[in-house]
Design a protein around this ligand. Structure first.
Ligand code: HEM
Length: 964
């Protein structure tokens, strides 16, 4: 109980000092125990006074003076009492210890809460949101590095405009020879128009109508870290040399050894797991132990794989470059670890290598790109390209229904007869389709790589949803054929398009827009709020989507106008970046700039008759809501790193069926038995809703050390030209990061403005009592980390970074605060994935670590900020009015409200819950008590952000609760 702990910590504090304190005590007239609590509150109020006097902290001007998520002592006390202040010395961000940022025990008691907005809980929550906004502003300021040669303009500016306020780049023009070159203006000013602006294009060009190439297929991945901090093992940088000596290489320290010692799931009965292959006939007696996250289910694991297939891929058609390389461990390690010396893998594609060009600004030399660059071989936009395609080849795999080409082709599967099954299943890839032979027998879709039951599930689901939207549009058309559907053609913007005028192609494209926006919404307000299950993030994510003011659309819309019309257009760097970011969280990013009022924005808030003058003929309206903060949008390599989430996947799926007893686990089906074509067989044989039930009830794997699926460490793949024909995907994750020059863990943290660690013991969670089993396990992991990565004798004369200073303000050197010549842990060498999995100190309800989270803060917001279709072009002219309402209301008809007040919020029925109910009505009973589809379906959500693993009413006999 956190509050009790807070209380007892504070008993040593002296009597209240301020007059205000006395007054409040009288006012409450409380019992002795309450008096102690009032005193607690008064102490923290006193700290607030100090905080107010000190004023707001200013945004850092240099990267080594960043916020680091650490606040002054008075601030911590004001927002979380002495409990929070106790953890100030740790490397981890402070906000997680504030009032109300955890479960019920983190809240101040009711009578104190009567102090209203200024009460401790609101102070804690507001403080947490403020800290997160500081982080976002500094991330926008210090962490954008584009590889597409716009970096010089970002640093130097152009024609008197500061770099981060630039909005158009010559490098984002379509090159001569591009099929649309002439249509966007050729050698003159380029501006997308006509058909090119109406829908999401196949290759993602013309999302930003003034920067046609941005985010399109084949553009280079960006970076979030200084170019000089990338590729620490190439020896091109003095600081990196000092940091790592000669200890790093592609296979140094050995990735398979790291995988087997630090990433392998321990098994209590290895025979029952059989390396992830389970038992004969999928017997339910099989068991592969794994560390489970009680508040996140297997549907959530596959959701994120489905998302990454939309956002990025380094591979082309499921393979890398032609050349193979050895990635096996040494013979010496085989006996002890059971690793494989003969493993080989295809090398990563490299777009550019060789010394980058340089430029000088303000006397400092900068590189124009990282030493090596890589292509993102899909569109970077949130455009459902994994379903609809991202180039001509992938498009050939997308099947449309010949009887209504506005629909995707779905077919009836013999033997499948549930209510949802009438909507059908995806057809198989046809013999004439262009495919990698590994994909034979799979369902037809644009992105077929690493197909599994999860990919099959979501692709079928959204294909059904696509068709339901089309069906509803057709229904409305039949009722009101002459009514205005809201869509417009930019070639004739004034002409009303009636329902009956809409062609099948136009409707198909509008449906794609709706599906992509729905996916973005589910991800932002449903998946992420369960991934980061606490109140600050619930508020933060909902404000990213719809604004801090939630239902008060008036205030949000006005803020939206202020943001896009003044800050968004500003040439002033500060307005265009930090103020834009702050005000955008008030307004919500989604739909930003999609309303333009003739009146003064403030006045418009109060004018019920205000007129929206947004116009399709005005490029500044169409494109007016986007902001790239001076750096064209694409994902950075570091984003891929933090999405290497293979630990989420269990080895065995606990299979259940809706008919009969859903509480019974009937089979344990190895995930590897649902890999590629086998996924398609499994889907058709057992049915979409049984898989929904099974993956919805099962907990996913915690993102922790020693928790990678066995089957992925021993994955068989036909394309491998090796004796073993197997690969260890956990080891490969480390190898790929090294090939792509991702900085190692400690420098990665510094680069993102998080406090560095100085020894492996820093990774132990100080909240966990000394001597407890949990603490002992963490200590054992620290020991393994030290054995694997080693130690060295430090040299204090070697400065190892310019991104952060030591705690005493001096430059950080090789000794990390210890005396010259001391033995120090090789914390600098830890692979970033290993480091973030080792972080046991996490904010309440965080399935990911804070190092991963900080990467999301920046990039998840940018993915919305940069996309016209999620901001100023979220309009009926593109989506149709039915489409806009569908996205806003989570489906057809009016918005529905969830029963009760989950975690204290009145909230709409979640977007994915409604989608599941539409596509699989047979799930109605099962979903009755589900508030968030990614929370295990049979779990009792309990009180405020509880993480307890307890069955809800009706699921008491569920087998999963017998095994904590
Ligand atoms: C059945 C489940 C899965 C299988 C068989 C699988 C397999 C693989 C393989 C073989 C690679 C290596 C590609 C290469 O670099 O050569 C890979 C990469 C990757 N996987 Fe998975 N994976 C699975 C689930 C997941 C999940 C749940 C996530 C969660 C986000 C994920 C995220 C990634 C990412 C981000 C990459 C890097 C992709 C890139 O470089 O473009 N995977 N996966």
């Amino acid at each position: 109980m956190r509050y009790i702990e807070r209380d007892s910590n504070l008993k040593t504090i002296g009597a209240p000092k301020s007059v205000l304190a006395f007054g409040v005590l009288l006012l409450f007239g409380c019992s002795p125990s309450e008096k102690t609590e009032v005193r607690v509150e008064l102490e923290s109020l006193h700290a607030c006074q100090i905080l107010l006097e000190a004023g707001m902290r200013s945004i850092a001007t240099t990267r080594d003076t960043r916020f680091l998520g650490k606040v002054a002592e008075a601030t911590t006390k004001c927002r979380g009492g002495d409990y929070a202040a106790k953890f100030r010395a740790t490397p981890w961000t402070d906000w997680e210890n504030y009032w109300a940022a955890g479960d019920l025990s983190s809240k101040a008691p009711d009578f104190v809460r009567q102090a209203g907005l200024a009460g401790p809980n609101e102070r804690g929550l507001d403080g947490a949101l403020l800290d997160l906004e500081y982080e976002r502003i500094e991330l926008i300021k210090f962490n954008l590095f584009d590889n597409n040669k716009t970096y010089e303009a970002y640093v130097s500016g152009r024609k008197g405009v500061g770099g981060s306020a630039l909005k158009v780049w010559p490098e984002m023009r379509l090159p001569e020879g591009h099929p649309e070159y002439v249509n966007v203006g050729g050698a003159g000013e380029q501006l997308c128009r006509g058909e090119l602006v109406r829908h999401r294009t196949l290759t993602g060009i013309c999302n930003d109508i003034r920067n046609p190439l941005m985010g399109s297929t084949g553009q280079l991945f960006a970076r979030n870290v200084e170019f000089s901090a990338t590729f620490p093992d190439l020896g091109g940088n003095e600081l990196a040399k000092n940091r790592h000596g000669d200890r790093l290489g592609l296979l140094k320290p050995d990735p398979q050894v790291i995988s087997r010692t630090l990433l392998t799931r321990a098994q209590s009965d290895p025979g029952k797991c059989n390396d992830g292959y389970g038992l004969k006939d999928y017997s339910a007696d099989a068991n592969c132990d794994y560390k489970k996250a009680p508040f996140f289910n297997v549907l959530a694991a596959f959701w994120i794989q489905f998302m990454t297939h939309d956002w990025f891929t380094h591979l082309e058609e499921g393979h890398n470059a032609d050349e193979f390389m050895a990635v096996g461990c040494s013979e010496a390690d085989v006996k002890v670890l059971g690793c494989r010396p003969a493993d080989r893998i295809d090398k990563a594609y490299v777009a550019e290598s060789g010394k980058p060009a340089t430029f000088t600004h303000a006397g400092v030399e900068h590189a124009t790109r990282a030493p090596r660059t890589f292509r993102n071989n899909t569109t970077a936009w949130w455009d459902a390209s994994q379903i609809y395609g991202y180039d001509e080849r992938s498009l050939k795999r997308v099947k449309r229904d010949p009887s209504d080409p506005a629909k995707l082709l779905l077919i009836q599967v013999v033997g499948r007869s549930s209510k949802g099954d009438v909507l059908g299943y995806l057809p198989l890839l046809a013999p004439a389709d262009p495919i990698n032979p590994d994909w034979k027998g799979q369902e037809a879709t644009a992105f077929p790589d690493n197909w599994s039951i999860g990919m099959s599930f979501y692709t079928n689901l959204f294909a059904r949803e696509h068709n339901l939207f089309v069906q509803e549009f057709r229904r409305v058309t039949a009722l009101t054929p002459d009514a205005d559907c809201g869509m417009r053609n930019p070639a004739a913007p004034e002409r009303v398009i009636r329902y009956k005028d809409v062609t099948a192609d136009e409707l198909f494209e509008a449906a794609r827009l709706v599906i992509s926006a729905e996916i973005a919404k589910i991800h932002t307000i449903e998946w992420t709020t369960q991934l980061l299950y606490n109140e600050p993030l619930y508020r933060g994510m909902n404000s990213n989507w719809s604004g801090l003011f939630g239902a008060d659309k008036g205030v949000s819309t006005v803020l939206g106008q202020i943001v896009s019309r003044s800050f968004g257009k500003s040439n002033d760097v500060k307005n265009a970046t930090q103020w834009y970011s702050v005000f955008a969280s008030g307004a919500g990013i989604f739909g930003l700039g999609s309303k333009v009022y003739a009146e003064d924005p403030i006045f418009a808030a109060f004018d019920p008759n205000k007129k929206d003058v947004w116009s399709l003929s005005n490029p500044d309206h169409v494109n007016g809501g986007v902001n790239h903060f001076g750096s064209p949008f694409n994902f950075p390599e570091e984003f891929v790193t933090v999405y290497r989430l293979h630990a989420l996947v269990p080895d065995l799926i606990e299979y259940r069926e809706l008919d009969g007893d859903p509480n019974r686990i009937r089979n344990k089906i190895p995930v590897v038995e649902t890999f590629r074509g086998k996924a398609t067989d499994a889907m058709r044989m057992r049915g979409l809703s049984n898989w929904a039930l099974s993956m919805g009830r099962q907990r996913l794997g915690a993102l922790a050390l020693q928790n990678h699926p066995r089957f992925l460490q021993n994955l068989k793949m036909d394309r491998l030209k090796s004796e073993t024909q197997q690969i260890d995907v956990a080891a490969l994750d480390l190898i790929r990061d090294r090939e792509r020059g991702v900085p190692r863990y400690n420098e990665f943290r510094r680069q993102y403005g998080l406090r560095q660690i100085t020894r492996f013991d820093d990774l132990i969670d100080q909240h966990v009592p000394v001597g407890s089993d949990e603490r002992k396990q963490q200590e054992a992991l620290v020991k393994s980390l030290r054995e694997t990565y080693g130690q060295h004798t430090c040299d204090a004369s070697k400065i190892i970074t310019d991104a952060q200073r030591s705690a005493d303000g001096s430059p950080t050197n090789d000794c990390l605060g210890l005396k010259d010549g001391s033995t120090v842990d090789n914390v600098e060498d830890v692979d970033t994935i290993v480091g973030y999995l080792a972080e046991s100190t996490r904010p309440h309800g965080f399935a990911i670590s804070e190092t991963q989270f900080v990467v999301f803060i920046l990039n998840a917001s940018r993915r919305l900020f940069s996309d016209r279709f999620l901001t100023s072009s979220f309009r009926p002219e593109f989506y149709t009015q039915l489409g806009v309402d569908w996205v806003d209301h989570n489906g057809p008809g009016p918005e529905m409200t969830e029963k009760g007040k989950p975690n204290g919020h009145e909230q709409p029925v979640s977007p994915l819950k409604r989608l599941l109910l539409r596509t699989m009505p047979e799930l109605a009973g099962e979903l009755q008590d589900v508030v968030n589809v990614f929370d295990p379906w049979a779990r009792d959500r309990g009180d405020y952000y509880s993480l307890a693993w307890k069955p809800r009413h009706g699921a008491e006999s569920d087998d999963a609760f017998k095994n904590p």
